[in-house]
Design a protein around this ligand. Structure first.
Ligand code: ATP
Length: 484
């Protein structure tokens, strides 16, 4: 079967309650999405799996949850107020808004400005060459704080964070001191981030409100930082492939010097093949996550430290020096940082696309089977009665569901024949279906059906919880080994 495109996933996601277009009854809200009953489970599982992998499984990483709205000075000294811009171009013909960096720069011209002046670039929507000169657009979303705040009162201006990272930097010493951490160590955070994207789109790939899973990994100034970037790239490739992503659908992109963010000295993006239907291979990829070497830029910028070498950034507002004291060497310095930054939503989309498969049953009917890793599956097991008009069978199935629920996410379903019930669970990725039949009343055993092989085995009800937990635990252990 050919790989699914994003449209296949959009339709599955809507049909089966993963993701709905937001504010749909009012005509929607440009590229905003709501997560339904299965989507919220999948998203929670992605986040829990990441947290378990980094915060629980390793000794050198702690977690935090910082505010979404921070003091505006955070964004001044992080450099975002000044530099978190996209270049925006408007088409005068069809009014399309275009991100200048997404326009192809023709050979022989040095800037997009020049290309537009010479009418060498076309609007991707209507092919017109009548485009406005590029202008800078700060993509931080603004809000105002306080009851009396006027729209344009600069003292009330605040931003919804465009990345979770800054909440980590400003808490660096709090975490280091309370947890008595020594370098190297990391701080992890999951949370919402907001960007006023010029061209949101492609389902949950690019939205104005999204979720990030960020790690700031602090190391010594004399460490081998470029090698540490490679180390974290390998770790994340292991994490994604361990959770079911085909390595062939990942591609490493070394970001050219000229395109690096203001804080980065090296960035490697892990790209995912979100557009397998596109003919040219280089157009199939979009960023899944990035791993950046941010130097000591952020800790220094936020420190009360008149000696910061970049004259513009001397910080008279901060009350703290965020340097680190090395006990062994009796030396103070600013740690450097490697930052793997992953999107929850882009990860979910990649997991859904990679898990999507089609299979034909022995009646020749096409079935969708979502082969999500058991760790990610929204529902771990469905308890299905073979006959819904038999009170003893229904009672037994419901009792099994209740007994499993405290330890794993289980559902009970009797709203169709068994073939239909299996098909429904396959389509949402439930790894194990448990069927209660007439025989179960006699032998206190049930049938456990595997989603991927459709093989069935008979298990005693008394052993069922242990059986399912063992299978889930071994799938998790395998994945954690892979992520190491
Ligand atoms: P892009 O070039 O695609 O706009 P970026 O390089 O600006 O992405 P980063 O600043 O590196 O993205 O953010 C880290 C991660 O956060 C991205 O790899 C992605 O997974 C996620 N992310 C960033 N912007 C969005 C968005 N608008 N919608 C969904 N996820 C996003």
């Amino acid at each position: 079967m050919s790989a699914p495109n994003i449209e296949t996933i959009v339709s599955l996601a809507k049909r089966r309650g993963f993701v709905f277009p937001s504010s749909d009854i009012y005509g929607g809200l440009g590229s905003a999405w709501d997560y339904g009953p299965l989507g919220v489970e999948l998203s929670n599982n992605v986040k829990q799996s990441w947290w378990r992998w980094l915060v629980y499984n390793r000794e050198d990483i702690e977690g935090i949850d910082s505010s979404i709205i921070l003091n505006r000075l955070v964004w001044k000294y992080s450099g975002h107020e000044e530099t978190f811009h996209d270049l925006l171009v408007d088409c005068r013909e069809c009014k399309e808004r275009i991100r200048a960096d997404k326009l192809d720069l023709p050979a022989g011209v040095s800037s997009i400005q020049e290309a537009i002046e010479k009418k060498l670039v076309k609007c991707p929507n209507c092919d017109s060459t009548d485009l406005t000169p590029p202008r800078q657009f700060n993509t931080m979303l603004r809000t105002t704080l306080g009851a009396a705040a006027e729209e344009d009162d600069p003292t009330a201006l605040a931003y919804l964070r465009p990345e979770t990272a800054q909440g980590i930097f400003i808490n660096f010493l709090n975490v280091q001191q309370t947890m008595r951490k020594k370098l190297p160590f990391g701080i992890a955070q999951i949370g919402k981030a907001f960007r006023n994207e010029i061209t949101p789109g492609n389902f949950i790939l690019r939205t104005r409100e999204f979720e990030q899973m960020e790690l700031e990994y602090f190391v010594r100034p004399d460490d081998e930082h470029f090698k540490l970037v490679d180390y974290w790239v390998d770790q994340y490739v292991g994490w994604y492939t361990g959770l079911g992503i085909n390595r062939e659908n990942l591609h490493l992109h070394e970001v050219p010097q000229s395109e690096l963010a203001h804080y980065s000295r090296r960035t490697v993006d892990i790209m995912y093949r979100y557009f397998p239907e596109r003919a040219e291979e280089e157009r199939q990829w979009e960023e899944l996550m990035g791993i950046a070497y941010r130097t000591d830029f952020d800790l220094k910028s936020h420190s009360k430290n008149p000696e910061t070498e970049d004259g513009k950034r001397i910080n008279q507002d901060s009350t703290e020096d965020l340097s680190y004291f090395d006990e062994a060497e009796k030396k103070r310095f600013y740690p450097h940082v490697i930052e793997p930054s992953a999107g929850v939503n882009r990860s979910m989309l990649a997991f859904l696309m990679d898990a999507y498969s089609e299979k034909t049953n022995d009646k020749g009917e096409k079935r969708v089977v979502l082969k999500l890793h058991p760790e990610l599956a929204p529902i771990k097991t469905a308890i299905l009665p073979l006959a819904r008009n038999k009170p003893e069978i229904v009672g037994m199935a419901k009792a099994i569901k209740r007994s499993l629920q405290p330890v794993l996410r289980a559902v009970y379903d009797d709203t169709g024949g068994i073939g239909k019930l299996y098909a429904r669970q396959d389509e949402i990725g439930t790894p194990y279906c448990v069927t209660v039949d007439h025989q179960s009343l006699e032998d206190e055993a049930v049938t456990v059906r595997d989603r991927d092989t459709w093989e069935q085995e008979r298990i005693k009800v008394a052993d069922l919880q242990g059986h399912l937990l063992t299978r889930l635990a071994s799938a998790r252990a395998e994945q954690l080994v892979n992520g190491e």
